[in-house]
Design a protein around this ligand. Sequence first.
Ligand code: ATP
Length: 373
Amino acid sequence: MTTMTNDSSGDVRLSGISKTYGAFTAVHPLDLTVPQGSFFALLGASGCGKTTTLRMIAGLEEPSSGTVFLGDQEVTNLPPYKRPVNTVFQSYALFPHLDIFENVAFGLRRRGIKSVKKQVEDMLELVQLGEQARKKPHQLSGGQQQRVAVARALINHPKVLLLDEPLGALDLKLRRQMQLELKRIQTEVGITFIHVTHDQEEAMTMADTVAVMNAGRVEQLGSPADLYENPNTTFVANFLGTSNLIEAAVDSKSGDDIVLQAGGGKLVLPQARCSAPTATGGKVLVGIRPEKISLTHADDAGEIPEGRNRITGKIADSSFIGVSTQYVIDSAVCPEFEVYSQNIDRDARLTPGADVVLHWSPAHTFGLDAAQD
Ligand code: ATP
């Protein structure tokens, strides 16, 4: 096993970093700290500025403003090869004429290190390619080639490994395996990984912290669970999974809760889960994830426990997918409400056309600013 030292001087700090191309701003001034030893993901749709941000950390792109620090060292003006970082790209860029051992050894040999055997073998062990050392890249699968690229990037013990859509060329099954594999490698070596991806599942599977980017800005930063449970913007609420959003008006306050009016009914929202202004009469978007909702046939509405948020609707569509059923509900407050229901004691009456009550705990409700774009 290869273990790298985990000193505390390796935080990556971006301070006011930005990038403009002529009149176009690809990255707006950005302040971001990536803690030493974390697995950090920059997540966003194509063109949101995540690769540009990564390239500014690598030194491959010159920032238009701001500074990049690695621990106490400012590296803003250092060329890439003088920064203690390395990058793995989607195209593995392995040397086709060299075998796997020599591909991994390359960085050591270039530094004039003669006895490379132990280090290369340890590194191949780390990425579980010890048996493949004498093969050429074309004799390996895509996932194996990607692991060679990771081993080659780690051999010189960078403080930070940057990964730019490294799994983008792999099929879905292999991508899922490699997500777990990269996470294991990161845990084992203990260095900072900064991973760029447009795939929310990938970011959430691997990263401790995710920065969701949109149009050159970080919209929200947090753990995967935090971003999913407590999105602060409609963009984050919709980019990470599915959210049902109901427009509601602030009615009153009750202890730590906000009481809202939506379509003639009342909904309760914990104040702590609301990122919108809550002046009485103001509009709030009330959000609820599809799997947090229970569905009860309207005839049994009297059995729903007190204290749950509830709205009424009619089943428009249902798809049985084994372990669960996905319903689309027509409701006056939300035209295509999605509900995912586990198929335990499934009520056979819940078919298209049935009148239903949707209900959920206020604790699973979040509130967004209805005025944001
Ligand atoms: P993708 O996932 O498609 O790579 P991204 O989020 O990584 O997207 P960037 O590559 O960072 O996006 O690009 C951000 C924006 O900056 C895009 O609109 C892109 O067209 C623009 N851009 C990037 N490089 C240049 C350049 N050299 N000249 C002009 N515009 C550029």
